[in-house]
Design a protein around this ligand. Structure first.
Ligand SMILES: [Zn+2]
Length: 321
């Protein structure tokens, strides 16, 4: 609705300088981003029960730090959308939408800090808080054909102090082949369905580790397709799935063309290109967060909205469902 006041503002714009118009555009963009952040946080709250005692007797109770506040009639404590989530305690929530947009573009912490006007250390902390709740957002009871395969990342202590034996960034394993320095990342994709499961495994993973990783992902009638790793033989025995080993002929082509793991392999190579390329390697300690980041982006076809990103960060599962 065009009020007289707004009409006057619009008319005044014709006399402003280019620099003033630029400043105005920046201010408007920041204002939009701020509103998107708070809207996303308010909308994402989802359940209306008390974060502290679980009571449903919750009423609106003003606003605090820009967010809708709620009060529980039973325990009398207040809460907001971020209470009890990984985003609790973070300041400058008005920049959450901008941070989400940067993360949707896979930007580095430096680039994100620059775009959002926050410290590099803050951008790093936010990145990990935003991904913390996404790690367990895995698919369950997948039907049809599940491609599974591992890829390996060199063990890295990037960012940790007191490195026992520093390795050049990037670097190489000292031993050839799969040693303890190689950390397996298992990825399982339900072909044609978009469901993706992942798990950072222990070096030298065994059958029981695989069973543990895929227990909730598969159903007994799931067909698991994998390469020749003997650890997979535990799956039919323990989980009742049908196992189709992908075995290549001497010429490298699969004997049965539908049993391949190409979807997983291209997923792996994109992940490695990004993490080892643009990010120049990531710390093994945080590898599960980065793997979750890729999973989230792929689910939303690289265009998660700030609302979708923030909702996922608050722990409501939108992906793999
Ligand atoms: Zn309560």
């Amino acid at each position: 609705m065009r009020t007289e006041r707004f009409q006057r503002v619009l008319q005044q714009l014709s006399s402003e300088t280019d620099a003033q118009l630029d400043e105005l555009a920046t201010t408007v963009a920041a204002q939009r981003s701020t509103r998107a952040s708070y809207r996303a946080l308010d909308v994402a709250r989802g359940s209306v029960c008390c974060h502290h005692c679980g009571s449903l007797a919750v009423v609106r109770y003003g606003r605090a730090h820009g967010l809708q506040r709620y009060r529980c009639k039973d325990c009398l404590r207040t809460s907001s959308a971020v209470t009890g989530t990984p985003l609790a305690g973070l300041r400058a929530k008005e920049k959450f939408a901008a941070n989400s947009a940067c993360m949707a573009r896979r930007l580095t912490v430096r680039e994100t800090a620059e775009e959002c006007g926050i410290a590099v250390s803050t951008a790093f902390r936010w990145r990990h808080r935003f991904l913390q709740a996404v790690v367990p957002q895995q698919p369950s009871g997948v039907e049809g054909l599940l491609e599974t395969d591992e890829t390996y990342f060199l063990y890295s202590r990037k960012g940790q102090r007191k490195l026992p034996e520093p390795r050049k960034r990037g670097g190489r394993a000292k031993k050839r082949g799969l040693s303890k320095e190689q950390v397996p990342v298992l990825v399982a994709i339900a072909r044609g369905q978009g469901f993706t499961a992942d798990r950072v495994m222990k070096p030298g993973m065994k059958g029981k580790d695989l069973v543990e990783a895929l227990r909730h992902v598969v159903k007994p009638d799931t067909v698991v397709c994998s390469d020749g790793n003997a650890a997979y033989f535990a799956l039919p025995r323990e989980l009742g799935v049908t196992l189709k080993m992908f075995s290549a002929s001497k010429h490298g082509s699969p004997i049965n063309p539908s049993f391949h793991v190409q979807t997983v392999n291209s997923y792996h190579s994109r992940m490695k290109g990004w993490l080892n390329g643009e990010f120049r390697g990531v710390s093994t300690k945080y590898l599960d967060r980065y793997v979750a980041w890729q999973r989230l982006l792929v689910w939303f076809k690289d265009r998660p909205t700030p609302e979708e990103f923030i909702t996922s960060a608050l722990g409501r599962q939108l992906i793999n469902t």
